[in-house]
Design a protein around this ligand. Structure first.
Ligand SMILES: Nc1ncnc2c1ncn2[C@@H]1O[C@H](COP(=O)(O)OP(=O)(O)OP(=O)(O)O)[C@@H](O)[C@H]1O
Length: 240
């Protein structure tokens, strides 16, 4: 690790699949307690980076190092498109999945955990939705339920893939406040976002991707017209 504030360090990392490198030569680090936006055009490799950070895919080259004290402290809020809404599960049970690391998938569910679920649902404005099947929820309500599951996970490192896709402005503002609370509590947050105005107003750090790192650092220094132009150019061209 570069210094004792470094939580995750990437050293010349390439990520992708057998026939396709989606991200090449990624080097940089996420520090403890940082709040980072991951941005870039469609196909830039944002979700791929999250998959690499959560260990869903292994680097084709290079190394991703996570501070060993945080090995079981990662939680992911997936893209809504990755979810099967027809899966027969209630909001309560979806949110309860966030407690699996504490109680196991098959054991009894302690009263304290039931209370935590109730509190998490209240925090996201879904107190009256516990018994509803997830298939009956709107996009914004389902996103709120996923946030409640993340509250239940109580992890120190939170990765969110397009948390505001398909939600209205009021809902995204409310959910953004939850993210800011997590940051204030000292958790480390990384979120894939498309709304650059929101990134500029809420995220101190930004990683701009386009098959490679175009910029990584303070948001203002990264989101320059030159960097954004370069990112668009790299993603439009045959950069692989
Ligand atoms: N399972 C896969 N197999 C092969 N290629 C993939 C796979 N998943 C993603 N890719 C490719 O990797 C590249 C990066 O995809 P990724 O989903 O990381 O982009 P993104 O920046 O998250 O895009 P978006 O903003 O559209 O969600 C794309 O060219 C995509 O087609």
């Amino acid at each position: 690790m570069t210094n004792n504030q470094t939580l995750i360090e990437l050293d010349h990392v390439a990520l992708g699949w057998k026939d396709k490198i989606a991200l090449r030569d990624i080097s940089g680090c996420f520090t403890r307690g940082s709040l980072t936006a991951i941005v870039g055009p469609n196909g830039a490799g944002k979700s791929t980076l999250l998959k690499g950070l959560t260990g869903q895919i292994n680097p084709l080259k290079g190394r991703i190092a996570l501070d060993s004290g945080f090995l079981h402290q990662l939680a992911l809020l997936p893209q809504m498109g990755d979810l099967d809404k027809s899966f027969p599960v209630t909001v309560h049970d979806l949110v309860a999945m966030g407690a699996w690391k504490r109680v196991g998938a098959w054991g009894g569910f302690p009263k304290a955990e039931h209370e935590r679920i109730g509190h998490a649902l209240e925090q996201v404005g879904l107190a009256d939705f516990a018994r509803r099947s997830i298939g009956t929820l709107s996009g914004g309500q389902l996103q709120r339920a996923l946030f409640a599951r993340m509250i239940m996970q109580d992890a120190q490192i939170l990765l969110l893939d397009e948390p505001f896709a398909a939600v209205d402005r009021a809902t995204s503002d409310e959910l953004m406040n939850l993210i800011l609370d997590w940051h204030k509590q000292g958790r480390t947050v990384m979120a894939v976002l498309h709304d650059l105005d929101m990134v500029r107003s809420c995220f101190p750090q930004t990683v701009l991707l386009a098959g490679q790192v175009v910029g990584w650092g303070e948001t203002e220094a990264v989101l320059t017209p030159e960097n954004l132009h370069l990112a668009r150019h790299l993603c439009a061209g045959d950069y692989l």
